[in-house]
Design a binder for this molecule. Structure first.
Ligand SMILES: NC(=O)c1ccc[n+]([C@@H]2O[C@H](COP(=O)([O-])OP(=O)(O)OC[C@H]3O[C@@H](n4cnc5c(N)ncnc54)[C@H](O)[C@@H]3O)[C@@H](O)[C@H]2O)c1
Ligand SMILES: O=C(O)[C@H](O)CO
Length: 326
């Protein structure tokens, strides 16, 4: 039994595989593999541990229908044709929950950085402009006591609600497909329509998956509904916002600021106007990038591989229905 791993993973993963007696091949080179190369490697292996491999479409699963399991090194599975995998009896696994705290912390870091204009002040020092001349200059705003609107109150959204209510006394509004009664009870979160959330929030933070329904959900029409003093935060997927319209909304001061960990497309070009704007902060998709979290994500992914190769149900399936159709 052999697994193909398309990027270097934390050491813990290799140890787990060795203890389970599973051989592995790791692609350690740059550039990262293209889709065709990934398929060629998968053809010589029984399982695939995939960190952000693009193009896991119906054709991929057709060409690689011998795979016993595909383990994603992420919780998000947009870009993976789950129906096609299920149709060929291939379980696909992800890494839920273990990255909730790191990703919610990233959203909070973006909120604080934008609200307190941290990058703007940092850049001013570099330009030799240390002093703030007047008490009215260079001001940000308090997050404490403000209203946070969470779009997609699932695992990560709930973690952000927990941090922001406990430590900052923020009021939580949310927009979701279904009610999250637990979050309503635990954090006093109130379910509202998408428009109400946009109109009433001081910070709007996105935590939905990227689906056909959420793609492009934030454009000029939505930014215009937000308060001109509000901040837009996206740690979900870049495809949820329309980047040109976000740039225009920031440029025209339709909203006050934005912090994004995910861009559209990724990677972002180095000459993107967002990188020069004083009211925008961009991170290169580092939501889950802590040592502890990446270790845990690796554990989940490798547990999925080991179970899949041993013919057992994988512990973190995206398509549990595969076990009914098999
Ligand atoms: N920046 C990063 O590094 C990073 C890290 C982890 C996760 N993510 C992204 O965050 C997403 C969320 O992760 P999660 O574990 O919290 O997922 P989750 O499934 O627990 O939560 C997503 C929530 O969005 C809601 N939702 C779905 N469609 C919606 C719609 N049209 N309108 C409103 N709400 C909708 C769902 O009901 C659910 O409550 C992932 O899919 C991934 O894309 C990014
Ligand atoms: O979906 C995820 O888990 C992240 O975007 C990758 O770390």
């Amino acid at each position: 039994m052999k697994v193909f791993i398309n990027k270097i993973i934390p050491e813990r993963g290799y140890r787990m595989l060795e203890e389970a007696g599973i051989a592995y091949t790791v692609w350690k080179e740059k550039p990262i593999l293209d889709r065709g190369q990934a398929i060629q490697f998968c053809k010589g292996h029984d399982a695939f541990l995939s960190a952000g491999q693009a193009g896991l479409d119906a054709d991929f699963f057709e060409q690689c229908k011998h795979l016993k399991v595909v383990a994603l090194h992420s919780v998000g599975f947009d870009g993976v044709d789950i129906e096609a995998a299920t149709a060929r009896g291939i379980p696909v696994g992800n890494t839920p929950n273990v990255l909730n705290k790191a990703t919610a912390e990233t959203a909070l870091l973006l909120m604080l950085t934008v609200a307190r204009r941290a990058l703007y002040h940092h850049k001013r020092i570099k330009k030799g402009e240390w002093g703030i001349a007047k008490p009215t200059e260079g001001l940000g705003f308090d997050l404490a006591g403000k209203t946070l609107g969470i779009v997609g109150l699932g695992r990560i959204g709930a973690e952000l609600a927990a941090i922001c209510t406990r430590s900052w006394g923020m009021k939580i509004l949310y927009h979701n497909r279904s009610s999250n009664k637990r979050a309503e009870e635990a954090y006093g979160a109130t379910k509202v329509s998408f428009d109400e959330l946009l109109e009433q929030s001081d910070v709007v933070s996105v935590h939905t998956a990227l689906t056909e329904e959420t793609r492009g959900m934030f454009g000029m029409e939505q930014f215009k509904k937000m308060k001109s003093s509000a901040i837009f935060i996206n740690t979900a997927r870049g495809g949820v916002h329309q980047e040109e319209e976000l740039i225009a909304a920031l440029d025209q001061k339709i909203i006050w600021g934005a912090g994004i960990d995910v861009t559209n497309p990724e990677p972002m070009e180095a000459n993107n106007p967002l990188l020069d704007m004083d009211n925008a902060v961009v991170f290169p998709h580092i939501g889950s990038a802590t040592k502890e979290t990446r270790d845990e994500m690796t554990r989940c992914a490798v547990e999925n591989i080991i179970a899949g190769l041993k013919g057992k149900e994988i512990p973190y399936p995206v398509n549990p229905e595969v076990y009914q159709t098999r």
